[in-house]
Each structure stands twice: as C-alpha cells, then as structure tokens.
Design a protein around this ligand. Sequence first.
Ligand code: TYD
Ligand code: MG
Length: 453
Amino acid sequence: MAKIKTSFFCQNCGHESSKWLGRCPACGEWNSFVEETVAKDTAAAKHLSFVTTKPMPQRVDEISYEQEPRILLGSGEMDRILGGGMVKGSVVLIGGEPGIGKSTLSLQLALHREALKTLYVSGEESVQQIKLRAERLGGSGNNCYILSETLLENILVQAQELKPDLIVVDSIQTLYTDRIESSSGSVSQIRECAALLLKFAKETGTPIFIIGHITKDGAIAGPKVLEHIVDVVLQFEGDGNHAYRLLRSIKNRFGSTAEIGIFEMQSFGLREVSNPSEILLTQHDEALSGIAVAAMLDGARPFLIETQALVSTAAYGTPQRSATGFDVRRMNMLLAVLEKRAGFKLAVKDVFLNMAGGLKVVDPAVDLAIAVAILSSNFDLPVSSHYAFAAEIGLSGEIRPVARIEQRIAEAEKLGFQKIFVSKFHKGFPTASEITVMPVGKMDELTKAVFGQ
Ligand code: TYD
Ligand code: MG
C-alpha cells in the first residue's frame, strides 16, 4: 500500500505548497489553500499509453515539414478564431460563466459537421437531456456520438474504440481520474485529467475541446494551470440581459489572439453574426439627439457601434453620472475636458451613457463619439446618421489619432456612412472613395463641422 501523500493547493491558481498558507504567494488570494491527496497508487500510476509505436528523437534537418492540414469545423466564426480550422491533436479550452452557452456552442459544433465523427462527452447532463437539446439545435446527428460519463479512464477507453475526429468534454470540472483520490473539480483532479486528455490528443492526433467553468472573478475555476497546458484558450462572454455572446481568443499556439467571434443566442441555438454592426446600429426613421456612431475595434475586428447619451438638468444638488458598457471614470474625464477645454457647462447636468448591444467598450477611439453624443443631447441637436467618429480625446482637449484608422474608415465606408471624423494628426491614410474623411484637431472645429455652430 503506497503511502498517502497530501499537499495543499490554492483553489484559485493551482499553486502547490507542502503546508497550509493563509495567502497564496503566487496569486495573492487569501484563504484559498485546501488539502488534497496526491499519492497515486503505483499500479495506476504507470503511464497510460494510447499508441504502440513510441516517438523517436529526430534531427531537425531530417524532419520533413508539411503544412498541417486544418480540420474545418464548418462554422465560419469558429474556424476563423482558431486561426483557420482545428489543428490535429490540439487541445482547446473554452471557458465561460455558467449559462453563457458553452454546452450549446460545442454541441452545435459536434452536431452540424456531418463529415466529422464527433464524440460529445458530458459529465453534467444525461444522454436524454442532450438529445432534447440536440433536437432544438437541428442537424441530423448521424455522425455525432454522446457519452454521459465522468470517469476519465472510461472516457478514454470509449474514445480509443470509437476513434472520433473530434472530442468535446463538457466540463473538465465534472471529470475525475481514479489515479488521484481528491474529489472532482479540485485543482489536482483538474490538472491530472487535463494532462491525460492532452496526452490522448497528442498521441492519437484527435483534437479535443475542453469546456471549463469560470469563477466570477474571471479565472477559469481553480486551475489557471490549464491555460498553460492547452494549445488554445477561448473565452465565451456576454451579459445575461442581451442575446449577444463574444468568443474571444486569449491564447492560440496556431493563430492570432486578436480574433473575436460574435454569436447571438436564439431559440434554436447560437447564430453566427458575421456583420456585427447590424446589431450595434439601430435603424431610425428620423435623426435623434444624443446618438453618435463610433468606429471601434475589438481585437482585430472593426465594427460600428452606437453610443447613446442623455444629458438633463440635475434635479438635486449632486448631478448623477452613470455609464453602461463604458468606464464611468473615463466618461467623467471626458465631461471635465468638455467643460474646461471647450467651455460647455455640464457640471450641473445629469449624464447617462449607454453602449448599444450590451457591449463593454475599452477602445479609446469611442471617445469622440461619446463627446459628440453628450453635446448632441445637451443641445438637443441630432447628429446626422450618416456620420461616424473615430478618435481619442486628450486631457487638453486635443483630438488624438487611434490605431488602425484605415480599417475603421473601410468598415464605415462598407456600411454606407458618408462622413467619418478622425484626428488630423494621422500621418496620412488612404483616400477612401465613397466616404469623406474629415480630419479635426480640436473640439470647437468638431462642433462646427457636426452641428454647424
Ligand atoms: P448552456 O449551453 O447550457 O450554457 P453553459 O453550458 O455555458 O452553462 O446554455 C445556456 C442558456 O442558453 C440556457 O439558459 C438556455 C439558453 N438556450 C437558448 O436560449 N436557446 C437554445 O437553443 C439553447 C440550447 C439554450
Ligand atoms: Mg453546460
């Protein structure tokens, strides 16, 4: 009988320590250490192997290099985020809060690609429950296999027999391996299960999608360690009040991390949104005051988003300031700049700001549109719906250049905008044919050009 060895693990980041600590030295979290059994019994600890031929060391100049063919998932957004389809033997972690749609997304991928034999393993739902969901999602399902199992060794045996082209594991927190005694969801279980899945993926060449729940502070629950092990980390995010979901690439060994994908949750599953501006711009019959359109970027993706402001006289002494989808401190800074540098009296006004679609915007290029929306609401003068804006505003009131202005101009042009206001400090940009590019340097130049006064 092997001696039972225990160790303490930080449940937040997975840091291991031989004794209990009040504060994790790695991530700084308080009171996060839990004792877990790590001793493996010697028979089970023998390495599992899934192939008979062992790889041999090879000299670099002898390695024949061919471009790995990518396996297409048939979902434009997903293939793009992965960098042009899946790579053989890659492990992709999809993280997200409970209820955001991770199971829906991955089951949909498994169901809709009939050319691929897929295995969807769920430790959370029964096969009947999954069947019900699959019926809502459509797709014939004649090449998609469902397994409801939580013991990892059993899953791997089934996978070895079935030889699928793609495995989805939902979720890593529900799995356990009998090589370790701690309960499923603990750091050591998650780490060990992920390592075994990775080994399976690399040795058999099967791509695996691992689903992981995220804690409220945004870390993939417990094991930050997972992020180091896997090849690709995707984060599924969105807010409960809106149907839109963003799939963001955080790490990708085979592609860019600047990619994001946009989906809309509908009654029959997730719909890909290939033109995000369609949902972020509302159609108005008449021009309304307090609305301005910003040409923003998220990752490498340009889109146009409506910023909405409401400015009204404060009923009580202290004016209210609130912003949805935008940092309220940055809004206060913009208000201070408008007051001090451009002479608009906003100190006694309530100001409310909203970004369309429930998006959280951090791109500084929305500054200009926000300032215009605030002034438009303040003066009750509508901004032409054919105008777009893309520039940052500095503390001295100057209109500053932003990154990738060409892409923003091109996107605005594509969507039929007639004029885009940018900083005059850009070092040249391509002259667009359909859209007029208006360089501005100061707020008063801008107000003249937009409101004609
Ligand atoms: P789910 O994929 O179970 O989330 P996760 O695996 O991330 O915990 O889906 C969550 C929500 O999606 C659920 O509240 C119901 C909703 N939903 C739809 O709106 N339409 C659908 O077709 C499906 C399958 C789910
Ligand atoms: Mg789920």
